[in-house]
Design a protein around this ligand. Structure first.
Ligand code: ZN
Length: 263
């Protein structure tokens, strides 16, 4: 309890600290949505970034050197997921590992129903419930930040997984306060997940990345990417899914998204 109070006090102090000018320049340069946020959200985001950078450790991998540019660009996008909410700042996450470009992992993947192939695949990012860490490629981070409306953002994706883990399961459901909210969430997500799976199997084009058909956890992560990057399209084509995410995140990205207004 005392520890929790001290932590809250430390975080309040961090949020109130003046935001370094050089960092602000980096946010403005690399994070397109920042300029479109209302002033109060911008201030809140900068506060969260200060806490995030004070509490998380960054480590360069594969010869990659961590710079302020790397930390600030990742933190700014991750902290977008925290606006307007009570937050523990991704409590299970201690370290962010950053590779220069894509990195290779050993992975078995299924070729068809009975055939599994062992091999190396390239990845832009990953995280796991018991990892305490999150892996990103700097190439992927920059690419995701530079085009804020293609529905692809590896930082939003991986940090969405971290939110999912907050209720101690990788089940596509983040921490929700009441049983009622959990039921509403399960109903909407269950239906939307099933329809993405069906579309994937029949080859119908979808707004959501069909990687989300893998399982409910990936469905949530992919939905979060679409929510922030293609909110108009998502709201038009999946109104219930949009409404559920809007309730959880307590924000309406339609208001500040860089998405073209064709929807
Ligand atoms: Zn994922």
């Amino acid at each position: 309890m005392i520890f929790e109070l001290l932590k809250q006090r430390r975080r309040r102090r961090l949020r109130a600290r003046p935001f370094p000018k050089e960092w602000l320049t980096l946010v403005q340069r690399h994070v397109v949505f920042f300029r479109k946020l209302p002033a109060s959200d911008r201030a809140e985001l900068l506060g969260h970034i200060q806490v995030f950078l004070a509490e998380k450790r960054f480590e360069g991998c594969g010869g990659f050197a961590i710079t302020d540019e790397v930390c600030v660009t990742i933190a700014a996008q991750a902290c977008l997921l925290l606006l307007h909410r009570e937050t523990g700042y991704f409590p299970g996450l201690l370290t962010i590992l950053v590779y220069p470009l894509t990195y290779m992992v050993q992975e078995d993947h299924q070729v068809d129903q009975h055939v599994w192939e062992e091999g190396t695949v390239s990845r832009l990012g990953e995280t796991g419930r018991r990892m305490g860490s999150l892996v990103l490629s700097w190439g992927g981070v920059k690419h995701g930040a530079a085009d804020p409306s293609d529905g692809k953002n590896v930082v939003l994706h991986e940090f969405a997984h971290q939110l999912d883990f907050e209720n101690h399961a990788a089940d596509g459901m983040p921490g929700l306060a009441t049983r009622e909210q959990q039921l509403a969430w399960s109903e909407v997500m269950g239906t939307e997940f099933a329809s993405l799976r069906a579309a994937d199997e029949t080859g119908i084009p979808t707004l959501l990345d069909t990687y989300g058909a893998t399982d409910p956890a990936e469905f949530f992560a992919v939905s979060v990417e679409a929510f922030f990057e293609q909110p108009r399209a998502l709201r038009a084509r999946h109104p219930k899914l949009y409404a559920e995410l809007q309730k959880y995140f307590r924000q309406d990205p339609v208001e500040y998204s860089a998405e073209h207004a064709e929807w």
